[in-house]
Ligand binder design. Structure first.
Ligand code: IVH
Length: 668
């Protein structure tokens, strides 16, 4: 197994390095950015799962490689400076004192919230959004214009703005959007973001602007980096002007005329910060008068006219009363610390995730320990450290169970993975989680079948698996708590309606590891029906854009299990829709032929060509091997051509492929 993986890793590195040469040195990319990203993503996943295969010279280790070069660079019209930090009142006093020493006696500070997001510089020309860039190194950043254009909350046009203006703001994800995004990602088997800031960064730096657009991103603007003929006498006036252009400006700013007023502002915001719909990591105090700012200048990276006040991290001490282990739908065992309830950063905390066995060991968490907890990025409670000095000696070490806490069957920790897993497909906890997922809104959307109903159905033996849902009768439901005639009828109708959901949803609902909503849809789009997907091989699956070997292996593994194939058969008999989006084609001269596409084709993208080939019944594969029937080749083909020539595989141009399909028609 590891030998096979090592081979794959070496082959991926070789391919990526060859593509790097083509891209950087020859200025002639051999594959699309997306295809490149998939290779890199697969390599990264393998290196993460098998750390023994990591090497320093792997293309995953290069800083400033093509990953960040996928966005072109934008020079900022003026440097985007950072801020010096103050951590307490003395630091703030010192800041005011420095200003005084520099001759600014009539001081007024404009106090603003320090939004915990990422700096964005947006340029408008004649009122129209022209360019958007990240901060980068302060002098130049990444061009994220296409992505920013997809964000609804950032205006594409300004009202009454000057001919040319570049504004600075903070792009962020509201807490609500962050929770929803993480919930979706967890349901899709994807890793969750640690905090809203990371989620905002990950969402902005997407290759596909539609993905950025689908995320809940917002912005607040607070500075003018450069403008043509526009001047402001105070920061307050500047903010009001930005607002009059139609830009979102945070309304919680306040003019402070003394240290007392600064302290009041800090106290007021500290009291309400947890009720704000977005995260802040501090406050910013800016000299309100703009004219003296230039005279004051900057020290290194920081302007002398502003300072950031950082809130002290909010931590609390409590006691680990127990450690419980829950089982997810894919069988992962997750340990959670049950804490003596403690109030922290706006809410009462009684649980903190311990993530996995390695984390418990490295922190040496024991039951009975006094611990320090904090909210990471202000939201997810985490255990910072054990207060070892408070140990009484009665603390009890915790070991991850080697059996599943739900079904009692042996649990396993696969080599190179951090998680213990229950592999029992009949494990009650897994089945419960799977059923809840199956009925959930994004999956089969069975309204009225939430976790409480699933629990009762299982407890009363009315269902044992997914297929049983479709044999439920009204009388069965009438036995459940709080179920009347009407609600029973509604649920039966919702179950019946779910039979017609698109195949992509069913694939997602089945809970195959790594098959999220998106992969479900992609699979459904590329096959005629579920039977074809069940019988697809590695090459066919990885030949699909967006499906790498990790996803493909997981799909193959799922359908290799007899009980899963049986389940599908039952779902078919029960009348669920198993049809994909691809329509079966009449026989053509490409039916059943294995084809690889390489190079730039005339007048058609490779993806469009692949779709047409598949419609004509061909199987489109990703790599050249002896099995291949044709290589469809365009300009700048790269290594696939050499390999095909070595193996004697017929090479056809796009015109020749079209001829082949036409000649078919003429013969009919
Ligand atoms: S003023 C020269 N105002 O905090 C102007 N920054 O630690 C400097 N930030 O990189 C920025 N909210 O990304 C300013 N109201 C606000 C802010 C703010 C968030 C961020 C900004 C900056 C970082 C400095």
């Amino acid at each position: 197994m590891i030998e096979k993986i090592r081979d794959r890793v070496l082959s991926l590195r070789e391919q990526i390095l060859a593509h790097n040469v083509a891209y950087y040195e020859k200025d002639a990319p051999s594959i699309s950015d997306h295809e490149y990203d998939l290779l890199l993503q697969e390599l990264r996943a393998l290196e993460e799962a098998y750390p023994q295969l990591q090497t320093k010279d792997s293309p995953t280790q290069f800083v400033g490689g093509r990953v960040s070069a996928r966005f072109s660079s934008v020079q900022h019209p003026a440097a985007l400076l950072s801020l010096d930090n103050a951590f307490n009142e003395e630091d703030l006093q010192a800041f005011l004192e420095r200003l005084r020493k520099n001759g600014i006696t009539q001081q007024q500070q404009l106090a603003e919230l320090k939004i915990d997001g990422l700096t964005l510089a947006v340029s408008y020309r004649n009122g129209k959004l022209e360019k958007a860039a990240t901060r980068g190194d302060g002098f130049s950043g990444e061009d994220v214009t296409a992505n920013v254009l997809a964000i609804r909350s950032i205006p594409k046009k300004l009202k009454n703005a000057p001919g040319q203006i570049t504004l600075r703001g903070e792009i962020y994800m509201p807490k609500k959007g962050f929770y929803a995004l993480n919930r979706d990602r967890e349901e899709n088997g994807e890793s969750s973001f640690a905090n809203p800031r990371n989620a905002a960064a990950g969402s902005l730096r997407q290759l596909d602007p539609a993905v950025t657009g689908s995320r809940n991103l917002e912005a607040f603007f607070y500075d003018v980096v450069f403008s043509e003929g526009e001047s402001f006498s105070t920061q307050e006036e500047l903010l009001q002007r930005l607002q009059s252009y139609g830009l979102p400006v945070n309304p919680k700013y306040r003019l402070c005329r003394s240290m007392e007023e600064i302290v009041d502002y800090i106290q007021d915001i500290a009291a309400e910060r947890h009720d704000l719909p977005y995260d802040i990591d501090g406050l910013v105090f800016k000299l309100n008068q703009i004219a003296p700012r230039e005279l004051l200048g900057a020290t290194g990276k920081f302007p002398r006219w502003a300072i950031a006040y950082k809130f002290p991290p909010e931590q609390a001490e409590t006691i680990v009363e127990d450690v419980i282990v829950s089982v997810g739908r894919t069988g992962v065992l997750t340990p959670t610390a049950c804490l003596k309830p403690v109030f922290l950063a706006g809410s009462t905390i009684s649980r903190a995730t311990l993530h996995n066995e390695d984390n418990i060991c490295s922190k040496d968490v024991r039951i009975g320990d006094h611990v320090l907890i904090q909210k990471a990025g202000d939201v997810i409670p985490e255990l910072v450290r054990v207060l070892v000095e408070k140990r009484s000696g009665n603390e009890v070490s915790f070991r991850m169970p080697h059996i599943c806490p739900s079904c009692g069957k042996p649990a396993y920790r696969p080599e190179g993975e951090a998680a213990w897993r229950c592999l029992n497909m009949h494990c009650p906890a897994r089945i419960y989680e799977q059923l809840v997922h199956f009925a959930s809104k994004k999956a089969m959307d069975i309204d009225g079948m939430g976790p409480a109903v699933v629990k009762q159905l299982l407890e009363r033996g009315l269902i044992q698996d997914i297929a049983d849902i479709y044999s439920l009768q009204k009388d069965d439901l009438l036995q459940l708590e709080r179920f009347g005639r009407k609600s029973a009828e509604n649920l039966i109708a919702a179950i019946a309606a779910s039979k017609n959901k698109p195949l992509g949803r069913l694939l997602f609902a089945l809970g195959i590891r790594h098959v999220g909503e998106r992969v479900g849809k992609v699979l459904a789009a590329r096959f005629v029906n579920l039977e074809q997907i069940m019988n697809a091989d590695m090459e066919q699956l990885t030949g699909i854009d967006e499906i790498g070997s990790i996803i493909a292996e997981s799909i193959l593994e799922y359908f290799s299990q007899p009980q899963n194939r049986e389940l599908i058969q039952r779902l078919a008999q029960l009348g669920l829709n198993l049809q994909g989006d691809l329509r079966p084609q009449e026989e053509t001269r490409l039916s059943g032929k294995k084809v690889v596409v390489t190079g730039t084709l005339p007048g058609i993208s490779r993806e469009e060509a692949k779709a047409l080939l598949e419609q004509a019944g061909a199987q489109v594969l990703s790599s050249v091997s002896k099995k291949l029937d044709y290589l469809l080749m365009g300009k700048n083909p790269g290594s696939k051509e050499t390999k095909a020539r070595e193996l004697g595989i017929p090479i056809l141009s796009w015109e020749e492929i079209q001829q082949l399909l036409k000649s078919e028609k003429n013969n009919d």
